[in-house]
Design a protein. Structure first.
Length: 340
């Protein structure tokens, strides 16, 4: 069975291997043991505390193939970004000027370095082993985060954002970085990305230009990838768009990737999520429903989700399969959430 649960220190070796597999571009998952230890420790503390509001908590989740005890995917929620160190983005805006003497109007895109998303909740760190990109696993991994928003709204903000990995060519080069960021930092893309994730972003504060950048002054190759996702991120972006996320004109300062956003209450999965009390636990094969639902156990300190069939009685109570109940650590009389 596929289980999504909080990451634990015992997952460390497997998570390091996943970092190696993802390569450059996912700054939230660097190939650095100390960074992973810190992230997992922060996540364990975040799940354990009775949070009220988004105050910089990290909720890092892993997808486990329970039959093989193998970690095959990751995802995370970062509640209250930018509260402990600046959260930078480029805002793409229009600048219009007009000359009566020349009878000429200019309209240009301009990049502004901003902290507009400070305090919002970010979802990210989405990875799924290629072998497991079947049977709706990717959709399950993406949507499980929204059950957390539905189950524990007091832990998160009103706006959710997702920074999509920016476009790179087949050799792994980022045109946006090479024609803009590298000019100011003198670092290769992977080095800058690694420094940001491991050592913090003080160097961005120190060296990034404060004045607006005219897009038309950049080479064509850099202009064309502003707001363009990496080819590997396209499926994840489509899933988010189905949930109601839209591009709001903000781009990542390293690779120019798009930032998409949605009001928490408007996320489709949050709106469709239902809850019910477990009335009975029956043999797994006796579940008659053929429709699988994403199910959460509504336990913040032991959050677990699976994607399995449930039976909903006319009065709203739930019948769970015995294997499902065991994996969820759920008993008769407890309340669960589910969404088809």
């Amino acid at each position: 069975m596929m289980l999504i649960r909080p990451a634990a220190m015992s997952d460390l070796d497997q998570l390091m291997a996943i970092s190696t597999a993802t390569g450059s571009g996912m700054s939230s998952m660097p190939t650095n043991l100390k960074s992973w230890q810190t992230k997992i420790d922060n996540s364990e503390q975040s799940f354990a505390r009775n949070a009220n509001g988004a105050n910089g908590e990290i909720y890092f989740l892993v997808m486990e193939d329970t039959d093989k005890s193998r970690i095959v995917g990751t995802t995370a929620i970062y509640a209250g970004v930018g509260l402990h160190q600046p959260f930078y983005s480029y805002k793409v805006s229009k600048l219009v000027s007009f000359s009566k003497e020349l009878d000429k109007k200019n309209q240009m895109d301009v990049l502004h370095l901003v902290n507009d998303y400070t305090g919002t909740t970010e979802i990210g760190s989405l990875y799924l082993d290629p072998e497991y990109r079947i049977n709706g696993n990717g959709r399950f991994l993406s949507r499980c985060r929204f059950l957390m928003f539905a189950d524990f709204p007091e832990r998160f903000g009103d706006t959710i954002i997702a920074e999509m990995r920016g476009w790179q060519n087949d050799e792994g080069h980022s045109p946006f970085w090479e024609h803009l960021g590298q000019k100011f930092f003198g670092l290769g893309f992977e080095n800058a990305d690694f420094m940001s994730s491991v050592k913090g972003n003080q160097f961005i504060t120190d060296l990034m230009p404060r004045h607006p950048i005219y897009v038309e002054l950049l080479p064509k190759a850099a202009q064309e990838v502003i707001g363009k996702p990496h080819n590997a991120s396209a499926p994840a972006l489509k899933l988010l768009e189905k949930e109601g996320f839209r591009y709001g004109g903000y781009a990542d300062i390293f690779d120019g990737g798009p930032t998409v956003q949605c009001q928490t209450r408007n996320v489709e999965t949050v709106q469709k999520c239902k809850s019910g009390i477990v009335q009975s636990i029956i043999p797994q094969n006796d579940i008659k429903s053929t429709k699988r639902s994403i199910i959460s156990n509504q336990q913040p300190q032991n959050f677990r989700t699976v994607c399995e069939a449930v039976e909903v009685a006319p009065d709203g109570t739930i019948a769970l399969g015995d294997e499902t109940a065991k994996i969820l650590h759920t008993q008769i009389g407890q309340t669960i959430s589910y969404v088809i």
